[in-house]
Design a protein around this ligand. Structure first.
Ligand code: S3P
Length: 443
């Protein structure tokens, strides 16, 4: 695991224009789901463009522990021989999900309605994150759960032998909660229903439909009502994973704030439940051009051309938060170099990500001379023509905090250092070589 190794300090310095093609890795959310649904289908699922980051590799290993055959064929191409819905075997060891909240939460859901016992663990960051939001609905299916005080990992689940379907309203906007309930509903009889007040990423629903499950979404006054018919036979698929818009956000942001830059980012997911960052950038005055819109693997994708732009601060409304939840750290860097003030509303969920991202960004920006204000669920960044920089930022085992501050260093007056860039390997293993190839001075 990269986070078990020595901390890797890195420093980013002000650079000349970034140019070229930024081939960012496969989508992390789609990659986890392709492995899990492949493991729950009967027969061989082939996946191309899989993100080979540590989070996803941990999920691949977990699927093997539950009895699926998972094999790397070549770079990004993987084969999964699934065991069918309800066919998971009892793992002999602890399932270590490393740094990955998505991995552990979705896998807990996927096994909770099969009569086997599994224990889940994770690294120091994951061991601080709330699991009660997942285990509460899983108990409603009939699963028995034991957890550390406060609902923390390690968690042991004895899956329900006789599961009952569940109707569940998610208490916070979270695709992980929605997905865990839907995956548990796969092996329950009749219909499992999830109701979400705000739309969250819908990769699970799209992919379940692709694998042949009966699933429908209705938009009603109480929000999105998603109904899944349990105990389907999932048919194996060929899944082409689009490139991750959350990873693309880093080179895109770098191009926007480094004068003279122009980048092309091919094949990025344009899923509307993931586009809040790009909507916000457009409102800030960013020069973004989307080309060749198409569909790949059940997801809309397009090529993006981005050029350095003079940006202005904006108010990001709370109802947009779910569609850009992982992009607020890098947005706050972009906001630091915009003219005027940016206010991000409704972002309390950032406090329970890989780190408390509001706190991590606020402290790191302040240390680099940026004026910020925070409340429990908002972050305000006062933009400035030139960010002084010069500080070392704490990354708290959080890949997106590390990448955000390295991007800041590319435009700040003095170099910006991160205390540990190791966790970047969880989601964007080639971040450094890619950024250097585009012209970034990071070392
Ligand atoms: C994810 C959902 C989001 C996001 C995470 C990936 C997913 O978490 O932050 O990086 O793949 O379902 P929440 O659903 O808890 O907001």
């Amino acid at each position: 695991m990269p986070h078990d190794t020595e901390p890797m300090m890195l420093t980013a310095c002000r650079t000349g224009p970034l140019t070229g093609e930024a081939r960012v890795p496969g989508d992390k959310s789609v990659s986890h789901r392709a492995l899990i649904l492949g493991a729950l289908a009967v027969g061989e699922t082939r996946i191309t463009g899989l993100l080979e980051g540590q989070d996803v590799l941990d999920t691949a290993r977990a699927m093997q522990a539950f009895g699926a055959e998972v094999e790397r064929v070549s770079e990004g191409s993987w084969s999964v021989h699934g065991v069918g819905v309800g066919g998971f075997a009892e793992p002999s060891g602890v399932i270590d999900c490393g740094n990955s909240g998505t991995g552990v939460r979705l896998i807990m859901g996927a096994m909770a309605t099969t009569p086997i016992v599994a224990t889940f663990s994770g690294d120091a960051s994951l061991s601080r994150r709330p699991m009660g939001r997942i285990t509460d609905p899983l108990r409603q299916f009939g699963a028995e759960v034991t957890a550390r005080e406060g609902g923390l990992l390690p968690v042991t689940i004895r899956g329900a032998a006789d599961p009952v379907p569940v109707r569940y309203r998610t208490p916070v906007a979270s695709a992980q909660i929605k997905s865990a309930v839907l995956l548990a509903g796969l092996n329950a009889p009749a219909q499992t229903v999830v109701i979400e007040a705000e739309p969250t990423r819908d990769h699970t629903e799209r992919m379940l439909a692709g694998f042949g499950a009966a699933i429908c979404t209705e938009v009603t006054e109480e929000g999105r009502v998603i109904t899944l018919t349990g105990q389907p036979e999932l048919r194996p698929q060929e899944v082409a994973v689009p490139r991750d818009p959350s990873s693309a956000a880093f080179p895109v942001a770098a191009a926007l704030i480094v004068p003279g830059s122009e980048l092309r980012v091919p094949g990025v997911s344009r899923n509307p439940t993931r586009d809040g960052f790009y909507v916000t950038l457009a409102e800030m005055g960013a020069d973004l051009t989307w080309q060749n819109e198409r569909e790949e693997g059940g997801e809309p994708v397009a090529d993006l051309v981005v050029r350095h732009s003079a940006l202005r601060g904006v108010e990001v409304p709370p109802e947009r938060a779910a569609s850009m939840i992982d992009e607020f750290p890098i947005l706050s860097v972009v906001a630091a170099l915009a003219q005027g003030t940016t206010v991000m509303h409704g972002v309390a969920e950032l406090r329970v990500k890989e780190s408390d991202r509001i706190d991590a960004m606020a402290r790191g920006l302040e240390a680099n001379g940026v004026v910020v204000e925070e409340t429990r669920d908002s972050l305000t960044v006062h933009g400035m023509a030139e960010v002084p920089g010069g500080a070392t930022c704490r990354t708290h085992l959080d890949h997106r905090i590390a990448m955000s501050f390295l991007v800041l260093g590319l435009a700040a007056r003095a170099p910006v250092t991160v205390d540990d860039a190791g966790p970047i390997a969880t989601s964007f293993p080639d971040f450094l070589p890619l950024m250097r190839e585009l012209g970034a001075d990071i070392g």
